[in-house]
Design a protein around this ligand. Sequence first.
Ligand code: BG6
Length: 472
Amino acid sequence: MGFRKDFLWGGATAANQCEGAYNVGGRGLANVDVCPHGPDRFPVMLGKKHITEIDSEHNFPALEAIDFYHHYKEDIKLFAEMGFKTFRLSIAWSRIFPLGDEETPNEEGLQFYEDVFRECHKYGIEPLVTITHFDCPMHLIKKYGGWKNHKMIDFYKNLVTVLFTRYKGLVKYWLTFNEINMILHLPFMGAGLMFEEGEDETYAKYISAHHELVASALATKIAHEIDPNNMIGCMVAAGEYYPYCAMPEDVWDAKCKERENLMFIDVQARGYYPNYALKEFERLGIELDMSEEEEKLLRENTVDFISFSYYSSRCTTTRTDVEGSTGNAFKGTKNPYLKSSEWGWQIDPLGLRITMNTLYDRYQKPLFIVENGLGAKDVLVNGTVEDDYRIDYLRQHIKAMKDAVELDGVDLLGYTPWGCIDLVSASTGEMSKRYGFIYVDKDDNGEGTLKRYKKKSFYWYKDVIASNGENL
Ligand code: BG6
């Protein structure tokens, strides 16, 4: 019993939050580079305020991040010391195609990831690669409007064809789009959408989402053609919606909110838009204009596994007298039965088991938890951090996922907690919101030596992995 013998324990990162070196090795500028730390961050991530170049007024944390680009050997060695079986990282699209619409890829960018993958294999670590973790070359946004444009499917096709060909035999596990549903919540950061005054944003988001879904199916097709061993996953920002109270209106509201997210996986895992989504599009006046060929592509190229991030459950109500809560980009109702993190994200380990059961019941495909964790303020004392709060959070969540596996029979491929090494926060741009087992000396103003330190959780997680989840 317990986790499968080949369970993929590891950790997760994303290029824009850890690599830095934004203008090194021929890399082009991307949307994720121009999201500043500070009050302009949200308006920019929402596509309301337009920053399209680096300027001197703002602090752009992605430009240097934790400089994984120059530290990857040291970092992967530390992951290996913890016993990682897998390491989730993402490709910066603009390292491979600096503008995005070129015919020929940038060899220096390709070589960088090849080196990283080889370094992983040196320690028996299987790379788990997100093809796009929010990033989109800035040129594609300026010239074509980002994912609003159908042409993006061709640019993405070029990217994935190059990746699957070049990394054949080096990478087996791929995720097509990180948190594909984030397009509805942070459209500029999630998909490079910028809006003009008066533009129909709902239409723009859904048509862009459709282009991504078609691109994802196309990537799945190409991946399987190039190497039948490739395992392709979708990736959704998950977290079960609870009705605030037993009023049928709240239950219905929770179901509708849940469907906003599940719609994406329904298409990626089942191969077609569910009726509830088609009806909603009709009401909103959204015409997808899907060709027969695209419909066939979606139907014939479903994903091999379902991956998701889970930080918290969500709660919703139709009542107007109840307090709100934050959590990722998902605003909801505060659940009175749960405690919250320092950033107001509610903590609900059982919610993970519930979410896993919902996804497994619905799709009957293996699951992969590719993000989970606690963002907290750490204090470095004598070269380490006593992060018992993080250990406690992870312990409870691992117990819950173990219950889902052992008691409910959910098929789970692996677990990669978020930000296994401290990195820049996606929602706030802060360094002080830390998730890692490894502390990185850098603060919110970009000051610090970038030196790495092992936290208490580093040793705890090492033992968890060595015992395949028995010693918690
Ligand atoms: C997910 C993203 O939404 O949550 C990550 O895929 C992100 O990129 C993570 O970092 C945690 O969120 P935050 O805002 O605390 O960094």
